[in-house]
Design a protein around this ligand. Structure first.
Ligand code: ATP
Ligand code: MG
Length: 234
């Protein structure tokens, strides 16, 4: 579904991604692992159309999306749950969700999607009128995921969805991702809980200094001595 070939991305003269190739098959969970500054967020932001690639290609369903505007990419079905909880604090929960469904394809199915989001996160339904900025951290993360779903994505890129959450809420975020996977959603997952993300992943890639250095099935990488040492602290 997502096919990235030889992607390079720069911030000015500084290269963030160098010849990255990565594939996410339909219905798969693919984990992207890497240390701070490796380029994980840069990759997600480039696929989302926020950063422009300098070289290489990004195909979504066979169609080149590299360099398209972010709203075009979003309307094609590429969703992202960005790093940090990017909710609009002075808008209500319901308004935040409605913002997620502004593009034409999503708007056409917004009423149905809203019921699905409320079924998945009953807490958001209970608090529909509450200002998003007054939600707890975990609730804000649920709202960020719910808002992404409102865009009727066909693939979701998660950037550190459990960052800063308590263990119980981390488990809830993973439960949500598993549930979406069970419904057939295609997922690219960046998670600092490397073990948990590799357990969930059909395939995984390790990114170091802007390049892929290792790839394989989630279980193969869990057993890889380099991964154990560098990312699992074993
Ligand atoms: N707006 C920017 N301007 C210049 N350099 C940037 C910018 N954003 C990121 N970088 C640099 O690009 C490199 C990759 O950053 P990126 O945020 O993609 O890493 P990451 O893998 O997501 O790290 P983390 O795990 O800390 O979130 C880093 O060296 C970072 O300093
Ligand atoms: Mg990042």
């Amino acid at each position: 579904m997502l096919d990235i070939r030889d992607l390079s991305v720069f911030y000015g003269d500084a290269q963030a991604l160098d010849g990255v190739s990565l594939e996410v098959g339909a219905g798969q969970v693919v984990a992207l692992v890497g240390a701070n500054g490796a380029g994980k967020t840069s990759l997600i932001r480039t696929v989302a159309g926020i950063l422009k690639p300098r070289g290489g290609s990004i195909r979504f369903d066979g169609r080149e999306i590299g360099g398209l505007d972010s709203h075009r990419v979003c309307d094609l079905g590429v969703g992202q749950v960005a790093e940090g909880r990017q909710v609009f604090p002075s808008m209500s929960v319901l308004e935040n969700l409605q913002v997620g469904a502004m593009l034409p394809r999503a708007r056409a199915q917004a009423a149905v999607t809203l019921e699905r989001v409320f079924a998945m996160f009953p807490r958001l339904k209970e608090r529909a009128g509450q200002l998003a900025g007054t939600l707890s951290g975990g609730e804000q993360q649920m709202l960020a995921i719910g808002r992404c779903l409102m865009g009727a994505p066909r693939m979701i890129m998660f950037d550190e969805p459990s960052l800063g959450l308590s263990p119980t809420l981390v488990a809830e975020v993973f439960r949500t991702i598993r549930e979406l996977h069970g419904q057939g959603m295609t997922i690219l997952l960046v998670e600092q809980n490397v073990a948990a993300s590799l357990q969930l992943a059909d395939r995984a890639y390790v990114l170091e200094n802007g390049s892929i250095v290792l790839e394989g099935s989630g279980t193969a990488l869990l057993d890889d001595p380099r991964v154990k040492e560098a990312y699992l602290g074993l």
